[in-house]
Design a protein around this ligand. Sequence first.
Ligand SMILES: Cc1cc2nc3c(=O)[nH]c(=O)nc-3n(C[C@H](O)[C@H](O)[C@H](O)COP(=O)(O)O)c2cc1C
Length: 223
Amino acid sequence: MNQKADEFITFPFDKKSSEEMKKKSEDFYKLVNQRRTIRDFSEESFPIEVIQNCIKAANTAPSGANHQPWTFVVIQNAGIKKEIRIAAEKEEAEFYGGRAPKDWLDDLKKFGTDANKPFLENAPYLIAIFERKFEIGASGEKIKNYYVKESVGLAAGLLITALHIAGVATLTHTPSPMNFLNKILERPENEKPFLLLVTGFPSDGCKVPVIKRKDLEEVMLLK
Ligand SMILES: Cc1cc2nc3c(=O)[nH]c(=O)nc-3n(C[C@H](O)[C@H](O)[C@H](O)COP(=O)(O)O)c2cc1C
């Protein structure tokens, strides 16, 4: 370790009993197991503070060399949402109309998705998550970021989980390609769209596809 000792503080770790650990982990699993992606949003809004707190939570995610290579653009303006919908539907029409390989389209059939994306206008807030490929220093020089996709993926997962726990439903949306977000949201060239998170409440009677999650034995190996 080559950092000076005075740059460190003692970590205030709160050690729990095994029983408490088991209970907390089980409770957390039960809570996150209730999260579902929804695709039918009501127009009802909620306080921006909820979004701010959840982005504060996402901003605590671990990141390569603590560079935090992410930007979250929150969109509530109706005009901007409309622009995003028009641009996304144009890409999606090409995607569903032949650009996507047949296997991919077959895989998507069970979700009932198509090129129409009304939720991009109905939902109260869209959160465009950008990965910062590099930083630009004071004299215009490029500063490298590390493990950008891994870091932004962790932050995005934390954001979705924080929103779910706060009572906000989400749709992880990835119109492909998403470069139009740079233009509409006036983001610089060092930022690349990572995903577009649609947030809000489900519409009355909103339905979700029946899906199965893999069993623990399929995803975890103990050696
Ligand atoms: C990276 C990523 C991209 C996704 N893109 C889309 C998308 O563009 N449109 C969509 O309807 N769902 C999209 N989804 C949602 C998945 O279909 C959904 O998470 C999956 O079917 C599991 O369902 P659940 O989230 O309800 O557990 C995406 C999910 C991820 C993680």
